[in-house]
Design a protein around this ligand. Structure first.
Ligand code: PLP
Length: 400
């Protein structure tokens, strides 16, 4: 039977590489996994008070459907959280989704007609690229300049905007680079969006996962540029399997896009009611999370520092220091074309040394460049082992 054509060419590199790794595991090989952005797959876990709240929800019979737009108490907690992050909102402008992924899907579905264009950073989180394609829209990219710590370049933005461009995606902190945009850079991007009448999709799913500074909320910097502020439980509260996200519509001139978005929410009935309850408790009691959160960030900072140091010691590899999230995006300096492309690097490294990473082209990296993405979530011993193997691999291939 033929599958629908709309899925032709839709890929998701992060999960696509897993199949190759599973094949090796079937043969009894141990794989060092630096591929997936799931803290709970390593030694991180959801805060206890949030887990307890989920039990409580189930025991108190919150097992039915919730409001399609989102459980009101959760929306109130999101409004309070937005306020703490520097912008005011109302419960009417907040919509709860099953993970931020669903919010991206519903935003594109509500905003983009076939032929419209959406600008994403390059490199980008691949879902943006795939879903825009799915809706028949065209992706264009603005470069995050590696030599400049993966910050955007406004002149480059200007090169890619056209009359058909409807939205611009801002991922801060960024996946896959781990770069954190300073306030000045976010302002430049907002000014650009304002100048060209674009909706800003502000993906701030890693907003609390920063090491040296705080991550500025885009919506706190503008009172007139339409912004969809996106956040969720997955990363900040270490609960990606709970599939809980939310959006706040800020500065829209009318309710058309929000209404379309909510219509889609009605079609899928509701997000998970018990998880919405637990998410409300999570946001209402952030003070309770503080000590565990500090420990978690300290642990991540040590791993970030180790990854940054070790990757830069490996011949043929350089790496920008990540300021947030838990990713690094090292470059392979392959002037002699030892590797046909970044996929060959990733698959050979996996087959020969049992280290699983993701190829940079899966994140719409700068054409012609060769990168791979790692997560620095594993404990130090695993990271040390993995970097040792990557170093052996590069030396074996003639890098010195
Ligand atoms: N946005 C970014 C930048 C991500 O890295 C991810 C997941 O890795 C998501 C969105 C998806 O979030 P969720 O698990 O809430 O769907």
């Amino acid at each position: 039977m033929e599958a629908a054509k709309r899925l032709d060419g839709i890929t998701y590199a992060i999960r696509d590489v897993i199949a190759a790794s599973q094949e090796l595991e079937k043969q009894g090989r141990t794989i060092l996994k630096l591929n997936i952005g799931d803290p709970n797959a390593y030694d991180f876990d959801t805060p206890d008070y949030v887990k307890k709240a989920l039990h409580e929800a189930i025991e108190s019979k919150l097992n039915g459907y919730a409001d399609s737009q989102g459980f009101l108490r959760l929306r109130q907690a999101i409004v309070a959280q937005n306020h703490r992050r520097g912008f005011d909102s109302t419960t009417e402008n907040v919509v709860v989704s099953s993970g931020l992924s669903e919010a991206v899907n519903f935003t594109y579905a509500s905003l983009l007609n076939p032929g419209d264009e959406v600008m994403s950073p390059s490199p980008t989180y691949p879902q943006y690229e795939a879903l825009a394609k799915f809706y028949g829209a065209k992706n264009t990219y603005y470069e995050l300049v590696e030599e400049n710590g993966f910050l955007p370049d406004v002149d480059d933005l200007r090169k890619h905007v056209t009359a058909k461009t409807k939205a611009i995606v801002l991922i801060n902190p960024n996946n896959p680079t781990g770069s954190l945009l300073p306030e000045k850079e976010v302002r430049k991007l907002l000014d650009f969006a304002g100048e060209h009448g674009l909706v800003v999709m502000a993906d701030e799913i890693y907003s609390e996962m920063v090491f040296d500074e705080t991550a500025v909320a885009a919506a706190s910097l503008s009172k007139d540029v339409p912004i969809i502020a996106m956040n969720g439980l997955s990363k900040n509260f270490l609960a990606p399997g709970w599939r809980m996200g939310w959006v706040t519509f800020c500065n829209f001139p009318d309710d058309n896009v929000k209404k379309a978005f909510i219509q889609l929410c009605r079609l899928r009935l509701s997000a998970s009611y018990p998880v919405e309850y637990a998410s409300a408790v999570a946001l209402e009691n952030t003070g309770e999370y503080e000590p565990a959160k500090r420990q978690m960030l300290e642990k991540l900072r040590r791993r970030r520092d180790l990854a940054f140091k070790r990757l830069n010691e490996i011949p043929g590899i350089s790496c920008v220091k990540p300021g947030g999230a838990f990713y690094a995006f090292p470059q392979i300096h392959d002037e002699k074309n030892v590797f046909a492309d970044d996929k060959q690097f990733v698959y050979d490294l996996l087959a020969e040394h049992g280290v699983l990473t993701v190829f940079g082209s899966g994140f719409a990296e700068k054409p012609g460049s060769k990168h791979f993405r790692i997560v620095f979530l594993p404990p130090e011993e695993t990271l040390e082992k993995a970097f040792g193997e990557i170093e052996k691999f590069m030396r074996k291939r003639g890098f010195a």
